[in-house]
Design a protein around this ligand. Structure first.
Ligand SMILES: C[S@@+](CC[C@H](N)C(=O)[O-])C[C@H]1O[C@@H](n2cnc3c(N)ncnc32)[C@H](O)[C@@H]1O
Length: 329
């Protein structure tokens, strides 16, 4: 196999994680009011197998949707684990007019009988055809390929779309993704990270058995969104007081090291370095995000030698640099 093919095969394998309906329901229930009257796009989803498509199809009327659009990538055959080998891909534009309510008598029949539309192109989310569909959408919901996450998010923000998507928490440390987080254009969903996915046979990384089925477990999989949610307004209860011994200053810049989010001192007004799990509890009214370590060029803080945080010569993990908001009591 040529190097390029090998790389593509590896990428495809790493991207074939299919989301469970239960995980979709667990997160999307918090955003119900946002869906009313809206056009939903699932643009990395084969409507014949995607649970995102099923979720919106089956609750189309109770959510009050206007339209549901789904497109897949390089796939004409309805197999769950797409090999992305076809030159074209199927799509579905559903407007709910085939039924007056959400009673579904035979979903299988819908899946089998429907004459699926075929895109002229391959369904790549960056293709002009897909972008035309994106322009028609109000909210994008999917689990996009992990390997293209940066480009995927950048496109959603460029076209000013609302979205609820699954990604890997590690993406927080990518410079461009972090910039969106810092500018409050992107934040985390409500559920904590960690999800089981349907994976192709032969998947050997971390697995879990769910109802007798072998599933891939990704502890860092989480929701990313730009739709307001209640968690974003909850304050972290701070109970610790600042002291130099427990919260040492970094050797190379003026901020203190905090190894546990729950221990952020309530009385420190300067810059603090916290683990990336802070974003799970981030309330922009309580804290301001200043920057991130390991990306010195993004900080307003001058580093004396490098952009890694160090305490007594010992390098720390990546840290998000935060400061309490002035008006916070
Ligand atoms: C992580 S899987 C998730 C599938 C589905 N959204 C779900 O949640 O079950 C990512 C999907 O993106 C598709 N994909 C890969 N590259 C793509 C691209 N450039 N444009 C659109 N879809 C792509 C793959 O075919 C794969 O099915």
């Amino acid at each position: 196999m040529a190097n390029k093919d090998l790389h593509n095969a590896k990428r495809v394998k790493n991207d074939e994680f299919y989301t469970q309906l239960s995980d979709i329901e667990k997160e999307l229930k918090y955003y119900r009011k946002h869906f009313r009257g809206k056009v939903i796009l699932c643009n990395c989803d084969d409507p014949r197998v995607s649970k995102f498509f099923y979720f919106f199809y089956s609750s189309f009327h109770s959510l009050g949707l206007k339209r549901l659009i789904a497109t897949c990538y390089k796939n004409l055959n309805p197999d769950l684990f797409s090999q992305n080998l076809d030159e074209q891909a199927v799509y579905c534009i559903y407007d709910g007019t085939d039924r007056a309510n959400d009673v579904i008598t035979d979903y299988d029949a819908f899946i089998k009988q429907n004459e699926w539309g075929v895109l002229t192109g391959d369904g790549d989310f960056r293709s002009p055809e897909s972008i035309e569909l994106l322009k028609q959408a109000d909210i994008v919901c999917t689990n996009p390929p992990f390997s293209l996450f940066r480009e995927y998010v950048a496109q959603l923000i460029k076209y000013e779309k609302k979205f609820l998507i699954i990604g890997n928490q590690n993406a927080i440390t990518y410079k461009d993704v972090f910039t969106f987080i810092k500018e409050n254009e992107l934040w985390l969903g409500i559920n904590p990270s960690g999800m089981c996915f349907n994976v192709p046979k032969g998947y050997t990384k971390t697995t879990k058995i769910v109802n007798g089925v072998v599933m891939g477990w990704i502890g860092s999989a989480c929701w990313f969104t730009n739709i307001d949610n209640k968690k974003r307004h909850e304050e972290i209860i701070l109970y610790k007081n600042y002291n130099e011994k427990e919260f040492p200053k970094y050797d190379n810049f003026d901020a203190i090291e905090i190894s546990k989010v729950s221990e952020i001192p309530q009385d420190y007004g300067g810059v603090m370095g916290v683990p990336i799990t802070f974003l799970d509890k981030y309330n922009p009214a309580q804290f301001e995000i200043i920057g991130i370590t390991n990306h010195g060029d993004m900080l307003g803080i001058p580093f004396t030698n490098n952009c890694f945080s160090e305490v007594k010569g010992k390098r720390k993990y990546v840290r998000i640099l935060i400061k309490r908001k002035q008006n916070e009591n």
